[in-house]
Design a protein around this ligand. Structure first.
Ligand SMILES: [Zn+2]
Length: 138
């Protein structure tokens, strides 16, 4: 299993890296060590995701945990990536009423919170709403 070594070599905190199974061709995010479909016969390798996806469902958060209090209301969405995996992320750069199911987003890595005591900055995926909507549904 050479995957763990790979994780140390790339700064995957800032990249959207999943794993792809060479056996069933499914892509997983967050990365997996074992393919849930194929188990032992599966062969996973790291796979950089493009970060393009769409909103599958979302909720507007009005009551947030302490660290996010100054951001309410904000949108928490289930994003389906182009490559197939789904993840939950906050939708940024928009008003809550701009978000709709099927809206296109781009996953970026943003500062989520800063631990003021230790100065540790936490990064995580966030979804940026893409506004360049096609004028007509094709
Ligand atoms: Zn598989």
């Amino acid at each position: 299993m050479h995957v763990p070594r790979f994780w140390r070599e790339i700064p995957n905190r800032y990249n959207l890296i999943g794993t792809k199974c060479n056996h069933c061709n499914k892509v997983f995010f967050p990365p997996r060590a074992i393919c849930p479909n194929c188990r032992r016969v599966g062969n996973l390798e790291p796979c950089k995701l493009e970060g393009k996806g769409k909103v599958l469902s979302f909720t507007v958060v009005h009551v947030a945990p302490q660290d996010f209090k100054d951001q309410v209301p904000y949108v928490l969405a289930i994003i389906e990536l182009k490559e197939g995996p789904k993840l939950m992320a906050q939708v940024t750069d928009c008003d809550p009423d701009e978000v709709e199911i099927g809206a296109e987003v781009e996953i970026t890595f943003r500062r989520i919170k800063e631990d003021s005591e230790e100065g540790i900055i936490h990064y995580g995926p966030k979804a940026k709403l893409l506004r360049s909507k096609p004028s007509e549904q094709t």
